[in-house]
Design a protein around this ligand. Structure first.
Ligand SMILES: [Zn+2]
Length: 245
């Protein structure tokens, strides 16, 4: 099989996403900040896929996020209302309508997401004082994670793509955005997972390992998705939601 890579979606050309994704337009702008150590490893993981699915999104590699020119541009733009999707004291729950059009005051909502493992996301935030000062938002997840490849370590952990999906659901409900094609993000997510599962079952398709895609799950991980026992896998750990809703 050809090992040529599509340099837009970073998948093998034989499995390129680009023709099948119709980017959704949103009122909200999403800024995905990916930790440098994950930039290569997670090229084809959900941060990049999320970016491809959303016309009004950007994806940047950053550690000290404050000094990134794209971040600085948004933070100094008076027409933007930047928030950080990250739990913390005083975080506003979008699902409960705790952010309103009055808060925005005509400005455009810009949602920053730290696309990294939980530990790395904390590190990024520690190194980014301006991001720390942003108002924080969370949501109450409408459904548990669909991640079967990389099991989330506990209830409440969602992939970046699912977190954006939940954010858009909440923003739609409280009238801050419109999210009519809510199936597209999840369909893309399911397709990505199916590809990894197929690769794991068929060693001849293991070529995708060379393209920056996430490693395929082991048979035990696939089987384990129906059990309560968390597999000992390192994975992207992240929580965007507030415990207990
Ligand atoms: Zn592509």
């Amino acid at each position: 099989m050809s090992r040529e890579t599509c340099y837009r979606c970073f998948w093998p050309k034989a499995h390129c996403w680009c023709a099948t994704i119709e980017p959704i337009r949103t009122r909200t702008r999403f800024v995905l900040l990916l930790h440098p150590k994950e930039w290569k490893r997670e090229k084809a993981a959900t941060g990049r896929l999320t970016h491809l699915c959303l016309a009004d999104s950007e994806l940047h590699m950053a550690l000290e996020c404050d000094v990134h020119p794209a971040v600085q541009a948004i933070l100094s733009d008076p027409s933007s209302y930047p928030v950080l999707l990250y739990p913390g004291a005083g975080a506003r729950n979008l699902s409960r309508g705790e952010l309103t059009t009055t808060d925005l005051g005509g400005r455009r909502l810009v949602v920053f997401l730290l696309d990294a493992t939980w530990g790395r996301a904390r590190k990024m935030l520690k190194l980014s004082p301006r991001l720390q000062q942003l108002p924080r938002v969370v949501f109450t997840a409408s459904a548990p994670s669909r991640y079967v490849i990389k099991r989330q370590p506990q209830a409440g952990c969602l992939s970046t793509l699912e977190a954006v999906h939940e954010t858009l659901l909440a923003l739609d409900r409280c009238g801050l955005d419109r999210y009519e094609r809510s199936d597209q993000l999840l369909a893309a997510f399911d397709r990505m997972q199916q590809f990894h599962i197929d690769c794991a079952r068929d060693p001849a398709r293991a070529d995708h390992r060379h393209h920056g895609a996430a490693p395929p799950p082991s048979a035990a991980e696939i089987a384990g998705r129906f059990s309560d026992r968390a597999p000992a896998v390192t994975s992207r750990r992240r929580r965007f939601i507030r415990e207990g809703g």
